[in-house]
Design a protein around this ligand. Sequence first.
Ligand code: C5P
Length: 412
Amino acid sequence: MSQPEASSPGRRGLGGARIVLGVTGGIAAYKAAELASTLVQAGVALTVVMTAGARQFIQPLTFEGLTHRRVYTGVFEGWNDGHTGHVELASGADLLLIAPATANTIARLAHGNVDDMLSAIALATAAPIVIAPAMEQHMWLHPATVANVETLRERGVTFAGPDAGRLASGAMGQGRLAATGEIVAAARAALGRGGPLAGRTVVVTAGGTQEPIDPVRFIGNRSSGRMGIALAEAAIDAGAAVRLIVTRNVDPQLVSGDVVVVESARELREAVDDALPAADVLAMAAAVADFRPERVSDQKIKKQGGQESLDLRLVRNPDIIAGVEKAGLLKVGFAAETEHVVAHAAAKLEAKGLDLIVANEAVATIGSERSQATLIARDRAPVSLPEAPKHVVAARIVDEIVRLLTLEDADA
Ligand code: C5P
């Protein structure tokens, strides 16, 4: 089986990234199989390195089957046919991810001990390191582990988890391996470091607002939140710090860090206002209700005998993005239209004072996995993108955001 191939220059995100996954000896090692499978399916060139402890819990064959690559264990492996073992694995990696990481491995890394392949790679690599610990909670809280974690953090290592919950011992506490989605998100953020949006904060809204009628009913829309989530991920892949504001029907599982959940348009506006001071870019992918019920009933509205209709009076919601004013903020809106898509979107670009608007045909886009978007900025003719999965479209939108920020910087 081959060594990791070179990732393409300018690569962004997980596709084509060369990741070394270190698996260490805790019961959570079985979960590393699912993590490996998820990464491989996302297009990662994944090489697994196991400690002796990990091999007590799970076989190298499991990972060889999932990655189609050789699995490394001993420090003297991989020196055949002109290859240079840990040196080559360390220098060929875009990221070293250790999941699960035991207290022992964290201690070995903090102290620079090299007694197996994983610790050798950790010392030899210049790639970012992400560690997802998993252990019994007294081990996690022990002052020795706390000090070791602190040492590694100071050296720039990122930690994902551990989460609180039921531990393998049956006790409840801190020490569960973070969810696969959370680990993958931390890996993306580490891979994105130093990208074209490094040092920028991007605020993204995703989903569809829900405007309450009574305690059990609301007026909503069909937005799935996929475009906003894809945009948040693409911005993280480009190195941005992202604040994601999602409506409560959206699962933000693949986005690391800063997530705020809201329900109505007015809650969404408050969340945007809170996020604005730090924001360089505001991208409003959320479908915001233009109207809300004037009165929200405290009690569930009951139908009366013989009642044939119910009057619901709606009042205007604030236009959030139009109302935002902050010098230097790049405002990105989305327009889902059913007719005259580009003309209507261009009018909104003007009316709302936007820098960029992403125009879509509403019926084909909302709730779908794919999108056909046109990017409309002020300084050039509209750019029509090919129909593609939303994560591909999101990467193009991020490229356009980078282009506009670069122009802004040049003007400043
Ligand atoms: O006017 P329309 O709803 O088509 O505008 C779409 C854009 O404006 C989207 O970016 C949406 O998030 C934003 N919007 C808003 N506040 C509203 C309605 C829409 O910020 N009340």
